[in-house]
Design a protein around this ligand. Structure first.
Ligand SMILES: N[C@@H](CCC(=O)N[C@@H](CS)C(=O)NCC(=O)O)C(=O)O
Length: 209
């Protein structure tokens, strides 16, 4: 398999964690986001959205969207599971993941911040916007995991929820969000102790700067 990514892409980071948890590997191909390589004709032929990640399978099929990729990997390689077998528990893990992937991350994405700047916002104003979006999302996430068993977001095994949370916590730090959510911080610490998460960290990627 080939994984198109960038060390700092949080969506690609999700897929790196999922691959590691499953004991799978993919040949990395890097698209430098700050240099705009994701908008090259070559990469747009892989992913018409010009977004990372994309996963090319052994037979050449191309998968996009990190959550769809993680679920694909989970379906093909069910152990260890990324989603609980109980339908209610599964819906909760998906909901937590989608708060991040659908409602937080897209609003603080590079593309959106650049669009805000193009419409007259200063870089400082776009940072405030990103911080606000992340903080209000994290308020909801802290409530969504309250009462669920530990040490991970939803129990004693990491799930798609943890895969989404860890990169988003890093984004929060990058934007200068003051991390005031004890349960989310505890989940992040539990994940950091696992090699699958540690090895997927941006600092450990060959294209890290
Ligand atoms: N919903 C997509 C989000 C993908 C995405 O936004 N990727 C970012 C990096 S984390 C990207 O490629 N940004 C390029 C840009 O904004 O131009 C997914 O989960 O795969």
């Amino acid at each position: 398999m080939i994984l198109y990514g960038y060390f700092r892409s949080s969506a690609a980071w999700r897929v790196r964690i999922a691959l590691n948890l499953k004991g799978l590997s993919a040949e990395p191909r890097y698209q430098h986001l700050r240099k705009g390589e994701q908008r090259s004709p070559e990469y747009l032929a892989v992913n018409p959205q010009g977004l990372l990640p994309s996963l090319v399978l052994e037979d050449g099929a191309i998968l996009t969207q990190s959550l769809a990729i993680c679920e694909y990997l989970d379906e093909l390689h069910p152990e260890p599971p990324l989603l609980p077998s109980n339908p209610v528990a599964r819906a909760r893990v998906r909901a937590f993941s989608q708060v991040i992937a659908c409602d937080i991350h897209p609003l603080q994405n590079l593309k959106v911040l650049k669009a805000l700047e193009a419409r007259g916002q200063t870089p400082e104003e776009t940072q405030v916007w990103a911080r606000d979006v992340i903080a209000s999302g994290f308020d909801a996430l802290e409530t969504l995991v309250a009462g669920h068993s530990r040490p991970f977001a939803f129990g004693d095994q990491p799930s798609l929820a943890d895969i989404c949370l860890v990169p988003q916590m890093a984004n929060a730090r990058r934007f200068g969000v003051e991390l005031r959510w004890p349960r989310l911080l505890a989940v992040e610490a539990a994940c950091a102790a696992l090699p699958a998460f540690a090895d997927a960290h941006p600092d450990r990627q060959p294209d890290a700067e």
